[in-house]
Design a protein around this ligand. Sequence first.
Ligand code: SF4
Ligand code: SF4
Length: 481
Amino acid sequence: MRFPLALTLKIAKHIVGHKIKRTPRFAMVLQLEPLHTCNLTCTGCGRIREYSTSLKDMVPLERCLEAAKECDAPMVSICGGEPLIYPKIEELVVGLRNQGRIIYICTNAMFMRKKMREYMAAHYDVSMEEKLGRLVSANLVTEKDAETIRKSDPAARAKVTIKPSKWMYWNVHVDGLEYTHDLIVEREGVFKECVEAIKMAKILDYQVATNTTVYRETESAELEEMFKYLSWLGVDGHTISPGYDYDAAKKDMVKRLGKDPKAFFLTRDLTRIKFKDIERWGQLFTIFGTPVYQEFLSGKRELTCTAWAIPTFNVRGWKAPCYLMTDGHYNGYQEMLTKVNWESYGVVNGVARDPRCENCMVHCGYDPSGALGTNYQSGDNWKNFRYNFGIKPKPFPQGDKVFAFNGQSVGKGHLAEAKAAVAGAFAAAPKSVFQRNGHHDHSGSDAGADTSQRDALLAKLGSNGTKSTTPTDGSTHGSES
Ligand code: SF4
Ligand code: SF4
């Protein structure tokens, strides 16, 4: 089965129960954002921009748990921001499990290994030695950390931790292979950390999913290579969604990066081109979601938006109408369901009811439509059943042949050219403009450790009067690496 039986049955029971009661609208997945703070600043992330004035605010643990009860979605996706920064993340996971929910922790993976070491320290006994040995041999845990785990003190033993469970997935954000991913998250080394965290999680028997957002410059061929690699790593399933040109991300792109959003986000037509192979990928890899949504993405049919099925709750309340677009926040899920005019959103038969929805085909608006049968066509139920109950694709056998580390790891990261140019300019003119102006100097021996943006480096290079051969308008973004 693509998705574990117990979890599939739980979701099926939830849908059937509401269908019998004829509930017009109900929640399938709660997008729970306990905070919007993040350690990264990914290009295209609207969250950290839209909520930039409330980055320090957090939803109290009890309110998070109440929100889950209130909408009663069988699945909760804990996102943000970076949820592993939330101080009560462990208690939140435990609380949601006690409510019987399926949990996804949507993370950029930078703190995952730390959280897993904490789990090992809290539960260490000699039976963990074999796994610990494998982790040390694979350089996923240092000898020093292994000793700390073995000799964990009472405080470490008493700590609530995130344990492996069939009801919980680490859901790691991966937008491409090394070069592309690091470029999109605007920091080198992040892809490598994602891979190491995934490897460690699989050794420790956690379930791992990945989520990928596809942008205009993401090549379909690269996505297929990425799935081969992730599948070979043992990832249990993947969600994939087209990037959406929502206001907050668009404004940031213009203001901060000086880029044209049209060069970055997908239109409907382009989405269908990028996703032309999605059904084939669904056979080769464990793509989560419904085949009906896959048909929609590849242009074979239309669906109407069911954003109310994947509601978002955050520091300001229930966000309407959807995860991406904000026309208001409400105090209660039922209040939001009642007060929002859902008929004014989405695209029906190719016509946008709201111009902002025109290019949207995102997972959180349309995947539930496939599961809920809102645009039912004969055979859809059987198609969904066969897909989810069918044999789970095996890990891709030659994933190790994928050229996954095509960026920083081989000296060709997206900052490499800028660093070389800056270093070259520094060598030619040791008393740089940066020094004269009193700016921090990125051009010396620290350059290799510097993770600031390529554009920032190039801007500094530009101020030094040296011409660069690297475009700064995003035209090389991602892709053709
Ligand atoms: S890791 Fe997630 S929340 Fe953080 S900046 Fe990137 S997309 Fe946004
Ligand atoms: S189509 Fe639905 S999910 Fe997409 S932006 Fe509009 S309301 Fe949101």
